[in-house]
Design a protein around this ligand. Structure first.
Ligand code: NAD
Length: 238
């Protein structure tokens, strides 16, 4: 076994307050494309850049087009948690991991059994009517074509933080608290360029900052342990 993996394994054994902070790369091995890898959405051609389509203002002005992209690229049916999601859930059940903080909106951590999941960017599984506030599940979006409508006639919107929208204050506060108190912070599958989410890792005060990513990030030199590779493969060994 690789020395870095052995170190990660030992650190996990010695820790009792691990926090995991992850992004789209955690779900690529489940078949959901990320944004910035070579095969990610940012390298495909659309009429507008993905950041534009996935913005709050585009949702308001081009709702039908937003939903065409969103259904096609963000709602992948039949996806299952991979070894990273599953091992993280096991570590929580073993009393070692305190929180998963995710930028993902796919709900795969909960599907794997994780309970304390802080979703910085919301979830595709939850939706609401912009007019009356009524809550809807995923099927409200998947079971129709065009713009999904509430029984009151209002437009249904995903509970996802779109570009230009604010993050939930309570989720940020809980994330900061979890990271501040962590004895080990594992960051994985994220390019760490989406703010304010990425800035949260600066709250870590310990000396076991682990970074597991396929491509280099601006935080590589800050890591106490840097593992370059696929996160599912790494977690299947620890
Ligand atoms: P990103 O696309 O900017 O970066 C993904 C990073 O993960 C890259 O650095 C890549 O090298 C790495 N990566 C990809 N597959 C990996 C693997 N198997 N193992 C290890 N590393 C891997 O993603 P981001 O930093 O999360 O920021 C993008 C934003 O897009 C987030 O805010 C997120 O909400 C959203 N998003 C979510 C999903 C999802 O819910 N699954 C998918 C796409 C985008």
């Amino acid at each position: 076994m690789d020395d870095n993996i052995l170190t990660l394994k030992r650190w996990i054994e010695e820790s009792s307050n691990i926090v995991f902070f992850g992004g789209a790369g955690v779900s690529t091995e489940s078949g959901i494309p990320d944004f910035r890898s070579v095969d990610g959405l940012y390298h495909q051609k659309f009429d507008y850049p993905p950041e534009t389509i996935l913005s709050g203002s585009f949702f308001e002005t081009h709702t039908e087009e937003f939903y065409r992209f969103y259904r096609d690229k963000m709602l992948i049916s039949g996806v299952k948690p991979n070894r990273a999601h599953i091992r993280l859930a096991e570590l929580e059940a073993e009393g070692k991991l305190r929180a998963v903080i995710t930028q993902n909106i796919d709900g795969l951590h909960q599907l794997a059994g994780s309970r304390n999941v802080l979703e910085l960017h919301g979830s595709v599984l939850r939706n609401h009517c912009v007019k009356c506030g009524r809550s809807y599940g995923l099927e409200a979006v998947t079971s129709c074509e065009g713009v999904p409508k509430c029984t009151c006639g209002g437009t249904i919107k995903p509970d996802v933080v779109l570009y230009g929208e604010c993050l939930d204050e309570d989720v940020i506060e809980a994330s900061v608290k979890a990271i501040r108190n962590a004895d080990m912070l594992i960051i994985g599958g994220t390019s760490l360029v989406v703010y304010p989410a990425a800035g949260l890792v600066d709250y870590y005060r310990g000396n076991r900052l682990v970074l597991i990513n396929r491509d280099p990030t601006g935080y590589d030199s800050s890591a106490d342990l840097l593992i370059t590779g696929k996160i599912g493969e790494v977690f299947s060994q620890v």
